[in-house]
Design a protein around this ligand. Structure first.
Ligand SMILES: NC(=O)c1ccc[n+]([C@@H]2O[C@H](COP(=O)([O-])OP(=O)(O)OC[C@H]3O[C@@H](n4cnc5c(N)ncnc54)[C@H](OP(=O)(O)O)[C@@H]3O)[C@@H](O)[C@H]2O)c1
Length: 430
């Protein structure tokens, strides 16, 4: 498509306006279109043009400053990406998105205007085509789903637990100083991550909230997790921190976890308080972190709501087979923290060999291995290039043999252990 065709198409949606008059309500619609569109455009072109100054582009597509203007006529990245798009796909995709984000009155007016026109001869010919993620796609929606499912996470692979859809790839923020947390969360969301992980104890919830707002990605379009620190496990303290986390983030999290299991106060009290936090609307769902199988079962037995994940250390050097089985038995999921073994996988000869064969990096192969196992992975980075690299894992697939070779690297190596001595980790294979 030429630039002028794309421009005409965008401007055909009410609420998207041309010009540079920042501050009008309409630019929100335009900005959110683009923020949503970016990760869906052809990845090969992104890679090819990556060393151009993409930061400038990102700033311009931020809804806080974006208006559809002729700046884009001169911008090679946007133009190259748009040129590669199938026009029918783009029109159908934009239409669907526009219906979700445009003010009701605009949608109604457009429908009224459209129904006054004679019917189109062959509406079935405008069919969105699957885009970008080809063979690597893990949750290919059926045609029925494609119609009914909101596209909150687009084409990203997700896992659905107790009717909650969680993107399998997230972005972690442990040890990110506030400035880095703000910058990297905004960057991650702009790259296309739709799942952010933080915790009260990381002392960066406010910065994460700022990064979210900087990104311009709409709140309903990504999944957000935070955690209750162990000093706040009594009933009142838990509810107080849950409220504080909401205030820090400037948003209600999708998921609130108990950070580490603790013998006192009792599980009854803490699980009761966690459920109360959900009932009071301080989180949408609840879950656990670092709970061994025995404590996971006890906690679920005491919890009214489903505990939708147990976030634990898991990477090629630390298997969690028993916990995975427990999660499956309880209708829950496993989230892997330190999925890259804090960078150690970069030097692994087996992973390097597999990575070379796929033309990918060790980090990408490791994250792909996790999501092919249907484990949620939340890698962290302080670098935009690394965050981008770690997101680029949806266009290839590991063979059964690759997966088994990585499974076999398990050596029971634990990098972080703050388990209350009253409890014991599950035995691993190693
Ligand atoms: N629930 C819990 O108790 C718990 C505990 C620990 C972590 N977590 C969560 O899990 C997230 C991830 O764990 P993590 O931060 O410990 O470790 P990680 O994601 O396994 O590793 C992060 C480290 O690896 C480097 N790295 C990033 N991408 C890479 C790549 N493609 N190749 C090589 N090295 C790479 C990063 O360095 P650069 O910054 O230089 O890129 C950083 O030093 C945390 O941020 C946090 O959200 C939860």
């Amino acid at each position: 498509m030429t630039h002028d065709e794309v421009r005409a198409l965008l401007l055909s949606f009410p609420g998207v306006e041309d010009g540079v008059s920042y501050g009008e309500p309409s630019f929100k619609v335009a900005g959110r279109f683009f923020t949503w569109l970016r990760p869906r455009l052809d990845d090969s072109i992104v890679v090819h043009l990556d060393n151009l100054d993409e930061r400038e582009l990102l700033i311009e597509t931020d809804p806080a400053t974006f208006h559809f203007t002729d700046h884009y006529r001169d911008h090679p990245i946007v133009l190259a990406r748009i040129a590669s798009v199938d026009p029918a796909w783009l029109r159908a995709a934009l239409e669907k998105r526009w219906r979700r984000i445009a003010p009701r009155r605009l949608v109604k007016a457009a429908d009224a205007a459209r129904s006054a026109l004679p019917p189109r001869r062959n509406p079935a010919s405008v069919r969105p085509r699957p885009f970008g993620y080809g063979a690597g796609r893990l949750t290919e929606p059926s045609p029925k789903d494609a119609k009914e499912r909101p596209m909150a996470y687009g084409d990203q692979p997700t896992i659905t637990v107790d009717d909650v859809e969680i993107p399998l790839l997230g972005f972690g923020t442990w040890q990110l100083e506030p400035n880095d947390a703000r910058r990297m969360v905004a960057e991650a969301l702009r790259i296309g991550y739709r799942h952010i992980d933080t915790a009260w104890i990381y002392k960066n919830e406010q910065a994460v909230g700022d990064g979210i707002r900087d990104s311009g990605v709409a709140r309903e379009d990504f999944f957000l997790t935070t955690k209750i620190w162990v000093d706040h496990f009594s009933h009142d303290a838990l509810l107080k921190q849950a409220q504080e986390s909401v205030d820090n983030l400037g948003a209600t999290p999708d998921l609130l976890l108990l950070h580490w299991p603790k013998a006192t106060p009792s599980f009854e009290e803490t699980l009761g308080a966690l459920n109360a936090a959900k009932e009071e609307g301080l989180t949408r769902s609840i879950g656990l972190s670092n709970f061994p199988s025995k404590e996971f079962r006890r906690a679920q037995a005491l919890s009214k709501a489903r505990l939708i994940t147990d976030q634990v250390e898991h990477h090629p050097y630390l298997g969690v087979d028993q916990l995975v089985a427990t999660a499956a038995e309880l209708g829950s999921s496993i989230t892997a923290w330190s999925p890259l073994a804090q960078g150690k996988i970069a030097d692994d000869p087996t992973i390097s060999e597999i990575a070379r064969a796929h033309g990918k990096t060790n980090g990408q192969v490791t994250l792909r291995w996790l999501i092919q196992h249907r484990i949620i992975a939340i890698p962290r980075s302080t670098k935009e290039s690394r965050a981008r690299e770690n997101f680029d894992i949806f266009d290839f697939e590991l063979s059964g043999e690759d997966v088994q070779r990585i499974d076999a690297l398990d050596r029971g190596e634990r990098l972080g252990d703050w388990l209350d001595p009253t409890f014991e980790w599950d035995k691993t294979e190693a």
